[in-house]
Write a protein that binds this ligand. Structure first.
Ligand code: SF4
Ligand code: SF4
Length: 383
């Protein structure tokens, strides 16, 4: 029976250890035998922000170096790219490359994307993203590898192979997509549409050290000790979720994938090469996704709307400024798609009624000063 997901041990970011683990993880899918001389392989990495490799927010450069060497040995050229939040410009991306250690990958033979143009896609088969704008460097790919990082996520519960595709939307346009798809099910379907459109040849997950707690940028590094690989991003995510104590019920992109028939009901039904039980971290600190059973504006009729409003206020987490950590830079106000943040006396003030709970402000705050406040009832229910 064909393998859905492979999982192998990888205890450190030592070059030899990474190389061995990558080779083992890819083996059930024919290794890199599909790579032909002269092929252009684009590796879509996770470079969410200008953060150091040891902060565990970005795909680790050592893994990318080893993958680059493996691809180059087969005669392929390798391009690494992503569009984090903020400006999609050379100045911003080169700063992200500097901090996240991507220049090591250049030394290994990869190019770092310097094409900051955009392309438009028409995708009539999509469930949500029938038309979208994306980073044009992907157009030159003969094959795409999705190289994600396993982390918690304030809005989506988890970010991994499917969520990594939000990085194909140019940075400054991301807030528009949050606004265009305010319901979590639509946002999740949009992400699956993107991953379907770009058809990764293989997905690889850096779960050597993941991020727990206040992810995707302000959580804490947590050792998991594994590398995963799969041809399907959603199947990879289903097994990755299990490692950090989540099921398809906890992650909106997995709920949507299940409805679309892309994954089985549970991780136990996947055909797995490896022993996932060895890598489960029982006390991994997760973040509940926004409610999967209660969507904003979902009520119908007068009573339904009133109930929705009460439930929404009682259950929905909100961004909250940590005043003693805020430096008053105003980036949160600039990025907020709902224009719900106003700077007053160098401190952000959040209009709760206008907020659409996308957590862009939390994701892009350079100081981790935008926290998540969970209402008492929500905390109680999550006990
Ligand atoms: S982005 Fe962060 S540090 Fe800057 S104003 Fe907003 S909360 Fe404060
Ligand atoms: S305040 Fe934060 S969470 Fe609310 S809409 Fe603005 S960016 Fe999103």
């Amino acid at each position: 029976m064909a393998v859905d997901v492979s999982i192998v041990p990888c205890k450190s970011y030592d070059a030899d250890v990474c190389r061995t683990a990558l080779t083992q993880a890819l083996a059930p899918f024919g290794g890199l035998d599909w790579v032909k001389e002269g092929m252009r392989v684009v590796v879509k990495v996770n470079l969410v922000s200008a953060m150091k490799p040891e902060q565990a927010a970005t795909t680790h450069p050592m893994l990318l170096c080893e993958l680059t060497k493996m691809l180059r040995e087969r005669g392929a050229s390798v391009l690494l790219g992503d569009s984090p939040g903020g400006l999609y410009t050379a100045a911003h991306l080169n700063h992200v490359y500097d901090v996240s250690g991507m220049h090591d990958c250049e030394a290994a033979g990869a190019e770092l994307n310097q094409d900051f143009s955009q392309s438009d896609a028409s995708f009539p088969e999509a469930v949500c993203a029938k038309k979208f704008t994306y980073t044009a460097y992907l157009d030159g790919a003969d094959a795409i590898i999705d190289f994600c990082k396993l982390k918690t996520h304030g809005m989506m519960g988890m970010t991994n192979a499917v969520k990594n595709y939000f990085g194909v939307i140019p940075g400054t346009m991301k807030p528009e997509y949050h606004y265009k798809y305010p319901q979590i099910s639509d946002f999740s379907n949009m992400l699956i549409d993107l991953s379907t459109y770009f058809k990764p040849r293989i997905c690889i997950c850096d779960a050597i050290v993941g991020m727990e707690g206040n992810g995707p940028t302000q959580g804490s590094p947590r050792e998991i000790g594994a590398i995963l690989a799969a041809e399907s991003p959603s199947k990879l995510d289903l097994l990755a979720a299990k490692l950090i104590g989540l099921t398809a019920d906890d992650v909106p992109t997995l709920q949507a994938a299940r409805v679309r028939g892309l994954i089985p009901q549970t991780a136990e039904e996947l055909e797995i090469a490896g022993e996932p039980e060895r890598f489960i971290v029982p006390d991994f600190k997760t973040m509940p996704a926004q409610s999967s059973v209660f969507f904003h504006k979902a009520g119908t009729g007068a009573i339904g709307k009133v109930v929705d409003k009460i439930m929404f206020q009682a259950l929905t987490p909100c961004p909250k400024v940590k005043k003693n950590e805020c430096i008053g830079c105003g980036k949160c106000a600039k990025i907020c798609p709902a224009k719900a943040i106003r700077m007053e006396n160098k401190l952000p003030t959040i209009d709760r009624k206008a907020c659409i709970h996308c957590f862009c402000c939390q994701e892009f705050c350079p100081k981790g000063a935008m926290g998540v406040s969970r209402p008492f009832i929500a905390r109680l229910l999550n006990q």
